[in-house]
Design a protein around this ligand. Structure first.
Ligand SMILES: Nc1ncnc2c1ncn2[C@@H]1O[C@H](COP(=O)(O)OP(=O)(O)OP(=O)(O)O)[C@@H](O)[C@H]1O
Length: 586
């Protein structure tokens, strides 16, 4: 019942729909009392040989009235109660979705995507069941249950009602206890199934690695264990589920046996007529659902509470990234100044960036290079305001990026991550994802700048080709260039390329970088890369190692310094030459 208090905010808004729904339910219950009495009367007329057209018409009339009345009233409660439940689901879903959108990177690091999806689907559907099924079950039990019992006492007799109804409480007990077991067993079966699915997906995605590493046999064994687990979990669920119907049938049987013994005796001794007995039996059948529903209701309330707990605890989490509502409400333009004294990921012990200082005049290119894990991506993530908990500052145009309004700051940044993402739609919609109202010419221009236009024309339907999960797959290089086009189309003040051209061949990369240079005059670009040829024209390149700057300068200066950069560059040049020769002679 506690769940009702917790949903009070919703019930308060929707009380009218609930009242109408419950009134309709009351109407259905009252109408439902009529047919058994009429059938009893019919049986009496039959037994006493008084049946004729004159006295049968009122009976048919009443039954027809009750049936048609129930038809409309049932529609009424369905409409009001289910409609309200659907609204609760919508409200909760929207709240949760909005909450997710407002959260920061640590939140998504803490909660796995699968868990977040589960909350959005299972828990919210459970709340819909509380607001729909459980409310219905509760009022059905109270209204239908009570009215039928009262009618039984009124039209037949109290003692017989007591003994016949007693076994029905067993139905509530079975529905509660067995229902709980069935539910948890089915949940486990579902979990096992989704683990199996994940396992299959992982294996398919990593099939090449699995084969080359000689892991295929272990993988098959692992898979077969998962299948066994899934089958065992399903059998358990099926076992409890199979117990349900027979248990209910036995209890109903007991109730009927009691009725026949007591009712038969009463009819024989003349305490009751045959019509009353038939009325009684018909009423009894109407009680099965409310008693079963009562059991389901307890479980739905209990699960609803657990779901609501989980939803609430997620909603209570606050983003560490705060939008400074009194902040600067303008697009960030101007020089970029980075002065980070220290940064570590939340809940991590190691310092990943320290003593980073950069001054980049507006419109210039900054190169960021260094070994794997040196901190390149981390630095870019700070610029993207994924984390705010660093000491020092990052300024754009002399203003700390934490003081810009988020809705001005973030849209001014074009970010192309290492692992780009294609939405399941056309190439065109993928490119203008940030703003679907952008013109086709703008899409095409962005694609040209990203060196993708000619590739797109080769696709079966050009710009209207479906890509992503449900479409054709693009090559790694094409995906990267599409991601660049998506960033370029908004003509960002700051463009961030995070190893975004790694799958593009050196020649195409050069063309793209040259185009960017001419087309993005006056706008700042940051390029993090493993391929040093990408940053030869940069205003400055910083070399990171273990989170700090170890070398810096222009390309010639870095070569002259003869450090990591110079060695790496020489090695990459030889490699590129070899590749070229192989391609030439090969
Ligand atoms: N979310 C995180 N929580 C804790 N530590 C992290 C997290 N992300 C990255 N790190 C650590 O921070 C360090 C820097 O990683 P980062 O991804 O910035 O390196 P990188 O230079 O971009 O590497 P790569 O060349 O592979 O892209 C690494 O030691 C990494 O393990």
């Amino acid at each position: 019942m506690r769940i009702f208090w917790r949903l009070a905010w919703f019930i308060k808004d929707e009380w009218k729909a609930y009242v109408l729904g419950i009134l309709a339910l009351l109407g259905v219950a009252l109408m439902g009392l009529i047919p058994p009495v009429m059938i009893g009367r019919f049986a009496n007329l039959l037994a006493t040989h008084q049946l004729n057209w004159q006295n049968i018409w009122p009976i048919i009339g009443f039954i027809a009235f009750a049936t048609i009345g129930q038809y409309f009233l049932r529609f009424g409660w369905s409409y009001f109660i289910w409609g309200t439940a659907a609204r609760l689901e919508k409200t909760l879903r929207e709240r949760l979705f909005r909450h997710y959108l407002a959260m920061d990177a640590p939140f998504f690091q803490k909660h796995r995507t699968g868990d977040l999806l589960a909350h959005a689907t299972n828990d919210i559907s459970q709340m819909q069941r509380v607001a729909g099924n459980a409310v219905l079950q509760m009022f059905d039990a109270v209204i239908t249950g009570l009215s039928v019992i009262i009618a039984m006492v009124w039209f037949v007799n109290g003692e017989m009602t007591f003994w016949a109804v007693l076994p029905l409480f067993g139905i509530t007990l079975v529905a509660t206890v067995l229902g709980r077991h069935i539910h948890s067993a089915f949940m486990k079966a579902q979990e096992a199934f989704s683990t199996l699915n994940n396992k299959t997906q992982e294996s398919i995605m990593g099939i090449k690695a699995l084969k080359t590493l000689g892991q295929a046999r272990e993988d098959i064994q692992d898979f077969s264990h998962q299948v066994d687990d899934t089958i065992a979990a399903n059998r358990r669920a099926q076992f409890f589920d199979s117990l349900f119907d027979p248990s209910i049938t036995i209890l109903i049987g007991v109730s009927y046996v009691v009725t026949i013994i007591l009712g038969g005796t009463n009819v024989m001794t003349g305490k009751m007529n045959i019509g009353q007995l038939i009325t009684f039996v018909t009423y009894l059948s109407q009680l099965i659902w409310p008693f079963m529903g009562l059991g389901f209701m307890f479980n739905n309330f209990q699960r609803g509470n657990a779901s609501y707990d989980r939803i609430e605890s997620l909603m209570a989490e606050q983003s560490a990234i705060k939008d400074d509502t009194a902040g600067v409400n303008q697009v960030p333009v101007g020089d970029l100044d980075i002065a980070i004294t220290q940064f570590q990921y939340p809940e991590a012990d190691e310092v990943v960036l320290h003593d980073i200082d950069v001054h980049l005049p507006a419109g210039q290119v900054l190169g960021i290079v260094g070994a794997v894990g040196a901190g390149k991506t981390t630095l870019l993530r700070l610029l993207l305001r994924e984390f705010d908990n660093y000491t020092g500052y990052i300024n754009v145009g002399g203003i700390d990026i934490r003081h810009y309004r988020l809705n001005k700051y973030l849209p001014a940044i074009g970010y192309v991550p290492q692992d780009n993402f294609l939405f399941s739609t056309t190439v065109r919609e993928n490119i203008r994802f940030s703003d679907p109202t952008l013109m086709d010419e703008q899409v095409e221009r962005a694609a040209r700048w990203a060196g993708l236009h000619d590739d797109i024309l080769q696709l079966p339907a050009g710009y209207d080709t479906q890509v992503g999960e449900q479409g054709i797959s693009l090559s790694g290089g094409q995906r990267q260039r599409l991601a660049i086009a998506r960033a370029l189309i908004i003509n960002p003040e700051i463009l961030i390329l995070d190893d975004a051209l790694s799958a593009v061949d050196a020649k195409t990369e050069k063309t793209i970088l040259e185009t960017l240079h001419t087309q993005r005059a006056g706008k700042t670009t940051l390029i993090a890369t493993h391929r040093l040829s990408s940053v030869v024209n940069a205003y400055e390149t910083i070399v990171l190692a273990e989170g700090a700057i170890t070398e810096r300068g222009t390309h010639p200066a870095l070569l002259a310094a003869n450090g990591w950069y110079a060695t790496m560059y020489a090695a990459q040049q030889i490699e590129a030459k070899l590749d070229e020769e192989v391609a030439h002679h090969g």
